[in-house]
Design a binder for this molecule. Structure first.
Ligand code: DAH
Length: 340
């Protein structure tokens, strides 16, 4: 028996050492350890062994089996290491090189500013509303006291969606004022950040797609004082210091009186390129909601008053980050965007 065992072991180990591939190893394994394999046959021959030698015989056969299994596993591991090494050198794998940096995105500057404004205004009890970008003429103009043939329509170079001119891309966020009046019972406060569209020739300060944030507060005894206080508070939060504001008269059909709110330039004391040497920056048209608009929205103007403002978000983002061309905002240029 021990001679046969030694012979088989020698044969098996030689075959294993000679195997160059795992498939070859599998064949060797079958040949020796498989059902019909040499070791199996050896074990089967135990029937012919005298009973008192069977224990030693079985023991020897099992040792042979284990020796072959160990050699197979070692050879398999070695072939695997060789395969990996070959693969690495084939692709010039250099484990000492630093890992390639993962490209990760960042928030758009507009998103940063909108989130900050939402934080500020929600802390003052404002709801954050949304409205459709494809809007009805009724909400975008009519109910805002801009009837057909009103000259104010000319200032809104409108993208029309249909021939009957009922559907358009909203030219401002103000239509959501009416949608809010229709849905919410006063008193309420709301802001509406959103995209607007105008059919304009683009340049550094004009873009066909831009952002505004509408504000609307309606209640009993709401006054211009509330408007000014609100604007001062929000500017203090955005620029982190007290900034002087002033109101100039402004005309918008949906407010009466209407104003232009200017803020003292946060970047200079005597005039700079941002404030065009005037020390004032035009920030936000606003006013007291026109009684007609309240009525269109189903709110009694005898009982309630309100103020509204239309913050130029794109402009605020440009001020905040010192961006001098509005087209960068919607331009999707990664070199610009990855700076935020
Ligand atoms: N919607 C106006 C525009 O885009 C801006 C505006 C003016 C909004 C006065 C207001 C407001 O809420 O009170 O031209």
């Amino acid at each position: 028996m021990s001679a046969e065992r030694a012979r088989l072991e020698e044969l098996a180990l030689a075959a294993i050492a000679a195997a160059r591939e795992t498939a070859e190893l599998a064949r060797v394994e079958r040949e020796f350890l498989g059902k019909e394999g040499a070791v199996g046959k050896l074990l089967a021959s135990i029937r012919d062994v005298p009973p008192d030698e069977r224990k030693a015989f079985g023991h020897g056969a099992n040792e042979l089996k284990r020796a072959i299994e160990t050699a197979l596993a070692a050879r398999r591991a070695m072939l695997e290491r060789e395969r990996l090494a070959a693969e690495r050198s084939a692709e010039d794998f250099d484990p000492s090189l630093p890992a390639r940096a993962l490209a990760h995105g960042s928030l758009h500057p507009l998103t940063h500013v909108v989130r900050r404004l939402e934080e500020i205004f929600s802390s003052m009890g404002y709801a954050i509303l949304d409205g459709p970008e494809v809007e009805l003429d009724y909400y975008n103009f009519e109910a805002l006291n801009i009837p057909k043939d009103h000259p104010a329509r000319e200032m809104h170079d409108t993208f029309w969606c249909d021939r009957e001119q009922k559907l358009l891309l909203r030219t401002h966020t103000s239509p959501v004022q009416l949608r809010a009046l229709e849905r919410m019972r006063p008193p309420f406060r709301a802001i509406v950040p959103g995209r607007c569209f105008r059919n304009e020739t683009t340049d550094a300060s004009h873009e066909h797609t831009f952002h505004q944030m509408e504000g609307l507060v309606v209640g009993e005894d709401i006054t211009v004082g509330h408007l000014i206080g609100t604007m001062k508070t929000f500017l203090r939060e955005v620029f982190r210091r007290e900034l002087e504001v002033r109101l100039r008269p402004g005309y918008f059909p949906f407010v009466e009186p209407g104003f232009e709110l200017d803020v003292r330039c946060p970047f200079c004391e005597r005039g700079c390129s941002v404030c065009k040497r005037s020390t004032w920056i035009e920030l936000c048209p606003c006013g007291m909601v026109h009684p007609k608009v309240l009525r269109y929205g189903g709110v009694d103007p005898e009982r309630y008053t309100g103020f509204a403002f239309g913050l130029g978000l794109s402009r605020l983002v440009m001020l905040r980050y010192g961006i001098d061309d509005i087209r960068l905002l919607m331009g999707a240029d990664v070199r610009f965007l990855e700076q935020f």
